[in-house]
Design a protein around this ligand. Structure first.
Ligand SMILES: [Fe+2]
Ligand SMILES: [Fe+2]
Length: 177
């Protein structure tokens, strides 16, 4: 299967603003829930459902894009459903979500600086965002995921390292869902 082309920064902002707007109506459909139930064993399903409804819906969209593209390994689909689970429990206001989208595209160094203020209630979500991939991998392993699923979650925002087709596809789907 040919590797899809990368989104430009402007396209990424557009996709994420759309995700933000949809998050105002985050109801998970029966079909979404059925997909998660089909691909996750019980303990990972509990972890999936501990996410906000908006993040559950985003995760199902990522999984569905992968499946439609012919990527259907159980480890990858489980990673898609849990890739942002490290964000659970954080209080991301619309202001934070908008700021993260814009700063990732326009000022990533400033976003990294803001992420140092873990103890500041207003800025803490930036720190959660910075750490969510590593944190999510730990949560998934603790709930019984495979090492491969945990590795995909841990690296879903890293663009360096060894070429890994499934990881590239996870990033591709995450940028679009
Ligand atoms: Fe993420
Ligand atoms: Fe994501």
């Amino acid at each position: 299967m040919g590797k899809p082309t990368d989104h430009s920064a402007a396209e990424k902002v557009g996709v994420r603003v759309g995700r933000f707007i949809r998050s105002a109506h985050p109801d998970l459909s029966d079909l979404d829930r059925a997909l998660a139930e089909e691909w996750l064993p019980d303990e990972l399903l509990v972890l999936f459902m501990s996410q906000s409804e908006a993040d559950q819906r985003h995760a199902v969209s990522v999984a569905r894009l992968l499946l439609r593209s012919g990527y259907a390994s159980r480890d990858l689909v489980a990673a898609a459903l849990l890739h942002d689970v490290g964000k659970r429990g954080a209080n991301f206001t619309p202001w934070h979500r908008t700021a993260i989208v814009l700063l990732e595209a326009a000022a990533p160094a400033l976003l990294r600086r803001l992420a140092r203020w873990e103890r500041n209630r207003l800025l803490a979500p930036f720190a959660v965002h910075r750490k969510h991939a590593a944190e999510g991998a730990v949560l998934a392993l603790r709930a019984g995921s495979s090492e491969r699923t945990a590795a995909l979650i841990r690296e879903h925002h890293q663009s360096d390292g060894e070429p890994d087709e499934e990881l590239q596809m996870l990033r591709w789907a995450d940028d679009r869902a």
